[in-house]
Structure formats: structure tokens, C-alpha cells
Ligand binder design. Structure first.
Ligand code: ARG
Length: 599
């Protein structure tokens, strides 16, 4: 509907200009491509968050007023009168009104009922857009560092990245999800040095045994120990560097130890991805780009964009206030920056994306500003580059800090969530009717769903205070509350079916009461919400919407009989319940939240 309104406004504006109702306003400076058309990008339309602004509103009169000598109120009334003369507008809206520089649109009862019919027909594909060619999108998410525990810090990237993937796929994009594993860099010089020390001089069998028993915790410990030893023996630094050089040259021994670190880490990561139901199309780690990075360096040098500086190579960004980025270290090893740049080049060539989204913490903002600027300087293909810079997850005591090598293991947190959900269920009355395996499945769904929803319900830029009470609160804005609403809908539908209510068919000539209309007005906006959530990279908008929908439905459920209502009401209320369940289910799927039918 957002696009429909934009187009209606575009038409109305054009008509008003032709009739010379807007003196002083000319389209020419706005759009040089086609002088007659007002660019759609100028016409912003929003989903209204208050009833008094209708279902949708636009601030177009304000914008036009600024560009002409006509007051916003006047522009508003000119545009609304033009809008009313466009036949299409009258079908969709029962009312179009101008208020103080805004135009408000109210969906008509006819349109609402038609849309309900559409939802019932399309079920949970309502709002789905068939993929169009030329709309490829690479999403770089999760991207943990090997040889370190999967900390809570990477959870946000993982969960938001996957949600963006789902949202864009639903809106007709071909998404390529790439886990840009941190599996290269000077830190591996340190680890290889340490591990080599462990096995040096031992026979093959002992070596094998030592290596097989290593855990990520051991690797983390060795890393910390190295830095302690460094204080007494600064010489060690050179040794570690030497090992990384050998790794970059792909020397057998170095490579072997590195591979061990990789497989050890992947085992843990894959357990976590399984727990969270996270999927990638590719997991191309930084190691893949280490050679490509050297080749790219030649291109950069040829273009005159590399500069020597204290033995290292840097890239400067003249027309911006950005500090230079490091391309090659003084010891000749490649950098995170150069490898990331090589990754851009590779992705452009392989997938021809229109956009690349990096879901990475805000502490890397400078890195990405430099990276995006470098792409500009290199004059590669046009591509939109976006850094979704998420904030921190803290707990009330600030314990989730990763400094001093203290990472909170995500696996522990997830298992804790499942355990707490089990406890919660023990207290519930329905538990007696559930089998043991059902209880397990449900506890998993509530725990994981609760964490995911909690993370997604914050705007990515905000810090999160990790709070179990909020995460598992059955009364508030939480995953379990939403899941509970779905279970409620589901059980009503099951019963209705048993009682012989025909599902999915609306009777002719029905009318809806005020509260039913409020619910329906929310349901029909689902596709718009998904569109805006994707465009703004903000799954939290979908969370808000689903929470609002759940509250409305629960209110409706408490207010009116459904199965016990007289025949006429019973049927339409069951259909509204069915539509609510479709939207909730699709919404959960887009957020990556498990759907359960019992609780
Ligand atoms: N491994 C990096 C880190 O944990 C994140 C990588 C993000 N993606 C990228 N293309 N730089 O800090």
C-alpha cells in the first residue's frame, strides 16, 4: 500500500501543477531525468502510529510548501481535492484528509474486507514478493573469530543478520548470506607459536594426543599467557610474527596447526548455529582472501592509492576527514582492512550485488567508513554499502564485557535460557498434558525464541541490558508472550475446525464491529511493515508490530466470545483468528523465532 499511496500522491501533485494550482512550484530542480515526474523518493509515506493520523500519512504538503509560495495547509487541501478525483483513491480509502501539512489516509471497510480475503487465500505468504532479477544482496553476518569462544558479542550480528536476510528474501531480493569468519591475522602467529612449543620435541603419538585434546578454552588461555610472557621477554613478539609469515606462505607445519584451530572452533560454532537455527549460504573466512589481498595490493599501487609509511603501506583518503588505513604491515603481512577490501572485490565479481550489508558492532565504524571510501576511490562497480553498527549487550552489572579475555560463553547463556524455560513450564498448569519430548521442544522454543526476540526488539544502534525477567516475561513485550498468543489462536482454530466452522471463507455481506476493524486494520499492514523494516534495516519495527498485534488480539479475545458467539459472529471471528495466526507465524519465521502450537 505504501507504494500505491506514493503513486497516488505523485499523480495528484502532477495534476495540481498542470492546473497551475501551486504557483512558484516547479518540478525541474527536483528531477533532472524526467522533468515532468516528481521523484517518488520525495514523497514519503508512513504507516501511522496514532489513530488520529489515519492508517497512513504523508508530509508531502510540508515539503511542497517549502518549495513554493503556498502554505502547507493550502497545499494539503489542494492535494486532497486532487486525490479525491483519482478513481483508484476512492476504492482504497474511505477518507483522505489534510491536517496541518500532513495528508491522512483511512482504509475503507471494503478494502479491509477484501484484504482479509486475500490473507485467508494467501495464508502466510501474504506480502511475499517474487524475486526479481538484478536484486542481489550480500549480507555479512555473525563472522566470529576462530580460536575464541563464540561470545555474546557476536550474537547480535548473528540474529539481526539472519532476520535481515529473511526480511529481504521475503521482499523479493536474492540474498547471499556470508559468514566472514575471522580465521586469519597476526594472532594466529601467537597461537601457532604456543601450540608448537607444546608439541616440540615430542614423538608423533604424543603430539597427536596433545593436539586432539585441545579446547577453545586452552587456545584462549595460551593467548593470554603469551601476552604475560611478553612482558618479560619482548623478543617473543618477533617469533609470533615469524609464524604468521610462515602461515601466509602456507608452510605445512603452520598450516596444520592453523587447521586444527579452525576445526576446533567450527565444531563449537556449528553447535551454536544449530541451537539458534542460523543458516549461511557461504562461510568464506578471511584466510580465503589472504592471497587475493596481495594481488589486489598491486591494483591499488597501480592506481597510485598506496603510500609507504614507516615501512608499512597505507591508503589515504584525501577528500574526507578519515585517517589513513593500513594495507600492509611493516613486517609484510596483510591486514584485516586489505582482506576486507579483497572480499568486496570478490563479492562484486561473483554475485553482482546491488547492496552489501555488514552486520558488525559499532566499534568497527571507522573501519567500515574507510572501507567504503576505499571502494569509491578504486571506482569499482556501483554498489550500496551499509554498515549496521549494533550496540553492546550488557547486563545489569556490566558483566558481559569481553576485555581482559573474559568472554561470556554464548553456549552457556543459550542453555541457561532453555533451562529457565523448563522451570517456567514446570509452574504452568498445562504441563501435565505434555509429553516429555514435547516439554523439551517447547522449552527450547521459548528459551531461544525469547533471546532472539529480545535482541531483535531493540533498535540495532541501542545498547541492550540483558535481563532474564524481560526475556521470559509472559505478560510483556517478549518472545514467549507472542508465542503464547499464537498458541491461543492455534487452539481456537483447532476447536473451530472440530465444530465444523469452515475455515478460510468469509461470508458475503458481513459487517465488523469497531474492535474487529481495529484488529483487521493492523493485520492488513503486515506487508508494509515488512517493507519498512527491511528498508530501514530495523527488524525491531516488525517486533513492535507483532507485539501490538498480539496485544490487540488478546484484548479482542477477552472482550468477545469467539466459539461461543452466535453463528454470524463466530464465523468471522474465527476467520480473524486464522488471519492473525498466519501473520504471527510468518512474522516469527522472518524474525527466526520458533513456532510452537502448544505451551
Ligand atoms: N571477525 C570480525 C570481528 O569479530 C568481524 C568481521 C565482520 N565482517 C567483515 N567483513 N569485516 O571483529
Amino acid at each position: 500500500m505504501l507504494l500505491v499511496i506514493q503513486q497516488l500522491l505523485q499523480q495528484a501533485l502532477k495534476n495540481a501543477i498542470q492546473k497551475q494550482l501551486l504557483p512558484g512550484f516547479s518540478v525541474a530542480p527536483l528531477s533532472n531525468k524526467d522533468k515532468r515526474d516528481i521523484p517518488l523518493s520525495l514523497i514519503s509515506v508512513e504507516i501511522s502510529d496514532k489513530e488520529e493520523f489515519g492508517d497512513y500519512n504523508s508530509n508531502l504538503p510540508f515539503k511542497i510548501a517549502k518549495l513554493s509560495n503556498v502554505a502547507p495547509e493550502k497545499v494539503g487541501s489542494i492535494l486532497t481535492s486532487e486525490l479525491r478525483q483519482i478513481p483508484q483513491g476512492n476504492n482504497f480509502f474511505s477518507q483522505i484528509e489534510a491536517t496541518k501539512g500532513y495528508i491522512n489516509f483511512y482504509l475503507s471497510p471494503d478494502y479491509l474486507l477484501q484484504s482479509l480475503q486475500t490473507i485467508l487465500r494467501q495464508r502466510d505468504r501474504y506480502g511475499y514478493v517474487i524475486p526479481k532479477t538484478g536484486r542481489n544482496l550480500v549480507i555479512d553476518y555473525s563472522s566470529p573469530n576462530i580460536a575464541k569462544s563464540f561470545g555474546i558479542g557476536h550474537l547480535r550480528s548473528t540474529v539481526i543478520g539472519q532476520a535481515l536476510y529473511n526480511l529481504y528474501s521475503y521482499r523479493g531480493w536474492k540474498c547471499i548470506g556470508d559468514n566472514h569468519l575471522g580465521d586469519w591475522g597476526t594472532q594466529f602467529g601467537i597461537l601457532i607459536y604456543q601450540i608448537n612449543k607444546l608439541i616440540e620435541g615430542k614423538n608423533r603419538r604424543d603430539q597427536k594426543e596433545i593436539l586432539q585434546n585441545l579446547t577453545i578454552k586452552d587456545l584462549e588461555r595460551m593467548y593470554v599467557e603469551f601476552h604475560k610472557q611478553l612482558e618479560e621477554n619482548p623478543q617473543l613478539k618477533e617469533q609470533a610474527k615469524e609464524w604468521f609469515r610462515r602461515l601466509e606462505k602456507r608452510e605445512k607445519k603452520a598450516l596444520q596447526i592453523w587447521k586444527l584451530c579452525l576445526s576446533l572452533s567450527l565444531r563449537e560454532f556449528n553447535r551454536i548455529y544449530k541451537l539458534l537455527s542460523i543458516k549461511f549460504d557461504y562461510s568464506i573466512g578471511e584466510s580465503f582472501y589472504s592471497r587475493k589481498a596481495r594481488i589486489l595490493l598491486r591494483e591499488i599501487q597501480k592506481k597510485g592509492l598506496a603510500k609507504k609509511s614507516e615501512g608499512a603501506l597505507i591508503m589515504e583518503f584525501p577528500d574526507s576527514n578519515l585517517p589513513p588505513a593500513l594495507l600492509l604491515k611493516s613486517d609484510g603481512s596483510t591486514t584485516y582492512f586489505l582482506r576486507d577490501l579483497a572480499a568486496v572485490k570478490y563479492r562484486l565479481k561473483k554475485w553482482h550485488p546491488k547492496m552489501i550489508i555488514y552486520e558488525v558492532g559499532a566499534d568497527q565504524s571507522l573501519h567500515f567508513r574507510q572501507l567504503f571510501q576505499a571502494v569509491k576511490l578504486l571506482k569499482w562497480d556501483e554498489v550500496k554499502l551499509v554498515h549496521i553498527a549494533h550496540g553492546l549487550i550488557r547486563d545489569k552489572e556490566g558483566k558481559f564485557s569481553t576485555r581482559l579475555g573474559r568472554t561470556i560463553s554464548l553456549e552457556k547463556v543459550l542453555n541457561e535460557a532453555i533451562r529457565k524455560s523448563e522451570e517456567l513450564m514446570e509452574k504452568s498448569e498445562t504441563k501435565r498434558r505434555l509429553s516429555c519430548s514435547e516439554k523439551k521442544e517447547i522449552a527450547h522454543a521459548i528459551g531461544i525464541g525469547g533471546i532472539k526476540y529480545n535482541i531483535l526488539s531493540y533498535h540495532y544502534s541501542k545498547d541492550i541490558i540483558f535481563d532474564w525477567e524481560k526475556i521470559l516475561n509472559l505478560q510483556g513485550n517478549s518472545g514467549p508472550y507472542l508465542q503464547y498468543t499464537y498458541v491461543r489462536c492455534y487452539s481456537i482454530i483447532q476447536k473451530a475446525q472440530k465444530e465444523g466452522v469452515r475455515l478460510g471463507k468469509l461470508k458475503k455481506g458481513i459487517s465488523l464491529n469497531k474492535d474487529e476493524i481495529v484488529l483487521l486494520r493492523t493485520l492488513v499492514k503486515f506487508p508494509d511493515v515488512v517493507q519498512v523494516a527491511a528498508e530501514k534495516f530495523a527488524p525491531n519495527l516488525l517486533c513492535d508490530y507483532l507485539y501490538n498485534l498480539s496485544s490487540l488480539y488478546n484484548y479482542f479475545y477477552q472482550q468477545f466470545p469467539i466459539l461461543k458467539a452466535p453463528e454470524e459472529d463466530r464465523s468471522k471471528r474465527v476467520q480473524l483468528t486464522l488471519a492473525t495466526s498466519y501473520i504471527l507465524r510468518r512474522g516469527f519465521y522472518l524474525l527466526g523465532m520458533p513456532v510452537i502450537t502448544k505451551m
